[in-house]
Design a protein around this ligand. Structure first.
Ligand code: ATP
Ligand code: MG
Length: 327
């Protein structure tokens, strides 16, 4: 659970400090008050990057050189320091330097905003990446296999562009096939667990890439096109309701509802394994929802997650027991 957050020179904030005492926190304020910035700072502490920009220098308050962020989570402290002048980025876990990758694997935390939903609506890669992150956080063996797979994929790609001989590519093909098997098996088990929890005819479909490494003609095409066509990096996930793809059949509000049902199930699967509720940061949650769907979805996700949510209108949440941060 996120317990506290403080920052210095972070975007619009000179100095701020907040406590999160309940499972549900509402951050209320007008446009530009800094609500998204609080979520950005928390996300940065745990994942090592912003969900809005690739450049940490954008997060430094205008006219200043550095920012500092401190987040309390599950009895631990994460400090982030960034200086423009020194070009220095520092991550500390409980006062000691730590690799951000290790930190991100210790504390499951997710962000959901309108932007992410729009990507999920318009492509298939975003949902694929989303499930990969979830599985990497959920299962260390998945992460290991996926990292090994990605390394082999990179090697094979560069050999294909160099038009190397089949013999030099073959060992990488074997690694890719072996790791694909592990990865696919774990994806199937995870999706099955989610589908067992899902209600209301919602369903996650995992579809394997139809092109296989062992097929000679696929390999010939790969050599010709200089790209890797076979393998589990081209598998995809789809969210269905009543056997219809969420992206093409349902209204904006319905799509959001369906996605939150899946997210709730993901949180439950996590909770069953760790005994803890992962953290869910929600930006733009109200938009596209009518009041009854807003309440329905929030009630659901609160079963599985600690929620930190931004809003311009707290009245919409009057039925809920929350900890209020007013900006
Ligand atoms: N580097 C910076 N230095 C100073 N101010 C900044 C910096 N970057 C962004 N800001 C300002 O910080 C303010 C807070 O932005 P933020 O996105 O957190 O607001 P918000 O409360 O989420 O607003 P909305 O309700 O519109 O989503 C904005 O007015 C923005 O212009
Ligand atoms: Mg905002």
């Amino acid at each position: 659970m996120i317990e506290s957050f403080s920052c210095l020179n972070l975007r619009c904030f000179e100095k701020k400090e907040f406590l999160f005492e309940k499972q549900f926190t509402l951050i209320e304020g007008k446009n530009g008050a800094g609500k998204t910035t609080v979520l950005e700072g928390i996300f940065l502490s745990v994942r090592g990057k912003s969900f809005l920009t690739g450049k940490l220098s954008n997060l430094v308050k205008n006219g200043e050189d550095f920012f500092k962020v401190k987040t309390g989570i599950n009895g631990n402290y994460i400090d982030v320091f960034y200086s423009k002048r020194e070009r220095k980025k520092e991550f500390l876990l409980n006062g000691k330097r730590e690799r951000i990758l290790r930190v991100s694997l210790m504390f499951p935390l997710f962000i959901f905003n309108g932007r992410l939903l729009n990507f999920i609506r318009s492509d298939t890669i975003t949902l694929y990446k989303f499930f990969n992150i979830i599985l990497s956080l959920y299962d260390k063996a998945y992460l290991k296999a996926y990292n090994e797979y990605s390394r082999a994929l990179k090697e094979k790609r560069s050999l294909l562009t160099l038009q190397a001989k089949n013999d030099s590519i073959e060992p990488w093909n074997i690694i890719l096939m072996e790791r694909s098997n592990i990865i696919r098996e774990k994806r199937k088990v995870f999706v099955k667990k989610i589908n067992n929890i899902l209600k209301e005819n919602n369903f996650v479909l995992y579809r394997e890439n139809s092109l296989k490494e062992e097929n000679k003609s696929v390999f010939e095409r790969e050599l010709k096109e200089k790209r890797v066509l076979a393998g589990c990096h081209r598998d995809r996930f789809f969210i269905l309701k009543n056997n219809k793809d969420m992206r093409f059949f349902y209204s904006s509000g319905q799509q959001k509802n369906i996605f939150f049902d899946v997210l709730t199930a993901v949180g439950k699967v996590f909770g069953e394994k760790t005994g803890q509720k992962p953290v869910l940061l929600l930006d733009d949650f109200d938009s596209e929802f009518d009041l009854s769907n807003l309440k329905y979805c929030l009630n659901n996700v609160l079963e599985s997650f600690q929620i930190i949510l931004t809003t311009t209108d707290k009245a919409k949440y009057s039925d809920f027991d929350y900890n209020l941060i007013s900006l």
